[in-house]
Design a protein around this ligand. Structure first.
Ligand code: F3S
Length: 640
């Protein structure tokens, strides 16, 4: 039988398991890795413990894009640490502010058919180039850099079959919003979203990567497009045509499901506060007043987005009631936009211009006012992510956001006279030697005072008991567990400090109660840990003494992080069991019963009830968790 695009990529990197068995454990090898400044601190701390002297990949790149605010020494120290580590291990290092990792990687490094393992949840952005790109936590990124396989469940392959072409004023962001409207934030779990059909050739690489990037919001393992003439044109524009290969599914390839999208029928869509899955047509919420507009992010500031925004802003002024900002994605996008006059139109309109970085997307520089309504072109709008606790963030395409900035209310771009535009590729780019460099390093890595070592955790007992310190609803995000925002990003490399703010938007007393209880358990609903790849969201509960988390289910990336850091994940078998537990109950969990596919007994000591939960883990992962995490397990191996 023929292969899908995803299967061809997996075949090119599989080192363990059988890819014909969906859902089974497979190991894949990374041709490339990427990391960014927030997650890579843990990556390099872990790499230091793995005893290698040079990365084992074809290419590893470190970006400086997530937090560029240097209000004091903390962030600057982190950057110096990362720069010195890249020099030590042979990692390509981007100069701070060169661009947002995913867009910069698309411009200079992504290669069709290869596998990229990236320490960021939006790594699937490279699927727009036909790359098999999987987001992981910092520890798994370190393992990939050390040449170890990444173990995942062999995904089910969903074919999203595109026909037609996008109507005027309906850009690519609306394709992924339509996918989210249909399958929500869990619909992609355990799956690859693979695009095919005649509609594919109507989309350029920037548009495709907008779609694959935000595919992360469905929970998918990754998303991928074929590699075709449009892919070749993109790579030629960056003088990388020799890296291009054609890649498409075989005629007799088998897909596990098929979703049809007729691009002609799409209309402008918008995700309501505060989930990327709450998608409705823009017309249904048109007229709502807004306070802020954020243009940009890894999803939506390629050159064609800049052209579209400039066309809308040309000759207009943004509304007096709106504060609007633009984050261009890379230095090349800035240079090309200036050359073509796009920048002038945007600057003239009153839009604030930031440097190429994540910035406002993760609450690092453009937070809305209290209860502020913000339309953003970012991929994610979890509560408080903007930096403002009670924000009201909508997600939309650049056209909707830009038009709304002018009118001061949510506006369907089809209701406004906007000139149509055609797609353009850059005809020059900033030389890679000016974007990437080898930092100065002389046999010593500087650890600033804010950078604390990875905490050490012990093995689990065969039976663990503890109080339910929090009973949580569905869709708890990594932002809930480990907050985003300018106040908190600089202390992510300091687990004792950041842990004081865990779950602050839910219960300010949690960190103190957890410390006082000297351990306990968490109970949660569906999709626990959705969102980013930050492994601090797994380390912090462990640091605060959390031994086990009982949830209805877990987000894929976070589940892997829990295993790596030795937090026991268990899943409820029935909603009644979840309902019967109250915060404050004491649970005893028989961890010695934990085996793949077997039940684990839980006793609710407070209520005098017994029930069973199951383990979502493989035999190998259960072993790791019992060791109290991957580092413990590896230390033990090297000791023995
Ligand atoms: Fe950065 Fe936001 Fe994308 S934090 S990588 S711009 S989702």
């Amino acid at each position: 039988m023929g292969l899908t695009v995803a299967e061809k990529c997996i075949q090119n990197s599989i080192v363990y398991g059988d890819m014909t068995k969906r859902g089974s454990r497979i190991g894949i090898h990374a041709h490339q890795t990427l990391g960014h400044d927030l997650n890579a601190i843990m990556t390099f701390l872990a790499l230091n413990q793995l005893g290698i002297d040079h990365v084992k990949t074809e290419l590893s790149v470190q970006y400086m894009d997530h937090n560029m605010i240097q209000a004091d020494y903390k962030n600057a120290d982190d950057h110096r640490f990362l720069q010195e580590m890249t020099a030590k291990y042979g990692v390509v290092c981007a100069r701070p502010g060169s661009g947002i990792c995913h867009q910069l990687h698309l411009e200079h490094f992504g290669i069709p058919g290869k596998t990229l393992i990236g320490g960021d949840s939006h790594t699937p952005c490279q699927g727009g180039l036909g790359m098999f790109a999987v987001g992981v936590g910092g520890f798994d990124a370190a393992m990939a850099m050390a040449g170890e396989p990444l173990y995942i469940k062999m995904p089910y392959i969903i074919n999203i079959h595109l026909t037609g072409h996008l109507p005027a004023k309906v850009s690519a962001k609306n394709v992924i919003l339509e996918v989210l409207r249909r399958i929500d934030v869990k619909g992609g779990v355990g799956k690859v979203l693979e695009y095919s059909g005649p509609g594919v050739k109507t989309l350029n690489v920037a548009e495709r990567s907008t779609i694959t990037n935000m595919g992360a919001e469905t929970g998918a393992t990754t998303s991928i497009f074929p590699s075709d003439e449009n892919t070749k044109a993109w790579m030629r524009a960056y003088h990388r045509e020799e890296d291009w290969i054609p890649l498409s599914a075989d005629e007799d390839a088998h897909y596990d499901e098929v979703m049809e999208i007729n691009l002609n029928e799409l209309e402008p869509l918008i995700a309501l506060p505060s989930s990327p899955g709450k998608v409705v047509p823009v017309r249904e919420v048109a007229g709502r007043k807004i306070d802020q507009v954020m243009l940009g992010s890894c999803t939506n500031t390629a050159l064609n987005d800049m052209k579209s925004i400039a066309n809308i802003m040309e000759g207009h002024t943004i509304s007096d009631s709106v504060d609007a900002a633009l984050y261009p994605s890379t230095r090349t996008v800035i240079a090309e936009s200036i050359k073509r006059g796009y920048f002038n139109s945007i600057v003239d309109s009153g839009v604030r211009i930031f440097e190429p970085m994540c910035g406002g997307c993760n609450g690092c520089g453009f937070a809305p006012q209290t209860k502020g309504v913000s339309i953003r072109t970012t991929p994610r709008n979890f509560p408080g992510r903007s930096g403002t606790k009670d924000d009201q963030v909508y997600l939309a395409a650049p056209e909707t956001a830009a038009v709304s900035a002018i009118t001061g209310e949510i506006t369907d771009p089809r209701d406004v006279d906007i000139p149509e535009f055609s797609y353009e590729l850059p005809d020059s780019f900033i030389e890679p030697s000016n974007l990437f460099y080898t930092p100065h390093y002389v046999d010593e890595v500087h650890y600033g005072p804010n950078l604390k070592p990875i905490p050490k955790f012990g093995k689990h007992d065969s039976v663990e008991s503890g109080e339910v310190l929090l009973k949580l609803p569905d869709n708890i995000t990594t932002d809930h567990i480990c907050p985003a925002g300018a106040l908190y990003l600089p202390i992510r490399s300091n687990i004792p400090e950041i842990s004081k703010h865990s779950f602050m938007t839910i219960d300010l007393t949690f960190p103190d109660r957890a410390k006082a209880a000297e351990g306990g358990v968490l109970v949660a609903g569906e999709n626990y840990g959705q969102g980013s790849s930050r492994e601090q969201a797994a380390i912090i509960p462990r640091f605060l003494g959390i031994k086990a988390i009982l949830a209805k289910d877990f987000a894929r990336l976070h589940l892997a992080n829990l295993v790596n850091w030795g937090v026991v994940p268990l899943t409820f078998k029935s909603d009644d069991d979840y309902q019967a537990i109250d915060q404050g109950d004491t649970l005893t969990v028989k961890l010695d019963e934990m085996q793949a596919g077997q039940d684990v007994t839980v006793i609710n000591e407070t209520k005098g009830a017994t029930f069973t939960v199951s383990s979502p883990l493989s035999t190998e992962d259960i072993e790791t968790v019992k060791w109290g995490g991957r580092l413990n397990q590896m230390r033990n191996r090297s000791d023995s």
